[in-house]
Design a binder for this molecule. Sequence first.
Ligand code: C2E
Ligand code: CA
Ligand code: CA
Ligand code: CA
Length: 279
Amino acid sequence: AKDAGRNVYRFYSDDMNRSAQDRRGLEDSLRRALANGEFYLDYQPQIDMHTGGVFGVEALLRWNHPEDGLIPPGRFIPAAEEMGFIRRIGEWVMRAACLQCRAWQESGLPPVRVAVNVSGHQFNQPGFIDMVDRVLEDTGLDPTLLELELTESTLLEGARDTIMTLIDLKVRGIHLAIDDFGTGYSSLSYLKHFPIDRLKIDRSFVRDIVSDLDDRAIVEAIIAMAHSLGLRVLAEGVEREDELELLRERGCDEVQGYYFGRPMSARDVEARLRASSPA
Ligand code: C2E
Ligand code: CA
Ligand code: CA
Ligand code: CA
């Protein structure tokens, strides 16, 4: 077992020249992780600036490895994508997030949407919509309580007809957000064709928004553009009150970040929703 642990470790590097043996090692570990329940989700609150309330939570994947401990998603998702295993993991995430959201509804909490990160390798495969339908049917979650977070590269590099897929999701009532907005593409023309609800401004622009006038100008431009296209804007990675105030003045609709809460367990989300909802 110790050897297996060490074997897994090599995948956390960015080495693209992994040997076939290394790949098998990681795939075995990921398979085992799914089978043994080593994955779980944390949830980070998303706050409406106008009401101050939590309108949604973003599901974030965690791997509690028996030997290596907690492994953050950035250290295994890229490798899982590379080897095609992200589809299995992505389906597990979708199911777990929808089940949890349904459970919150059942327990009488105010409606809260769950946002699920979808990798391009998952979205741009033929069975994606069928998988979403299956999960919604199995879990009984109201589709309007599900949001999918897609990056610009996922939407623009796909071989399939992206617009048709997005429309298929929209007609079900599912919400769609563009994640890490501003980091991907210089062309913005796709925004007028895609049925998107929300832009999530990447944390890299929010981080220095108080001190860096360029970053501030970019955030202002994104907010103005989003509003004129009828989209809502969420700023990621808000850590301080002065950042929040600046975003509020600029008309940003929604925020997410350590200032309002780190990613937390489902139980902690529930306690927080209970505390903030009227008795
Ligand atoms: P992301 O989708 O951009 O998620 C936001 C990341 O920023 C999360 O890191 C979150 O913990 C972190 N964060 C939130 N607020 C703050 C803040 O105020 N300050 C700072 N410094 N960080 C903040 P995390 O959980 O490590 O996830 C990293 C990335 O892994 C995610 O970036 C996403 O791309 C990917 N990921 C996570 N879960 C999943 C999943 O279920 N499926 C897929 N395909 N990707 C996932
Ligand atoms: Ca995200
Ligand atoms: Ca993001
Ligand atoms: Ca900067």
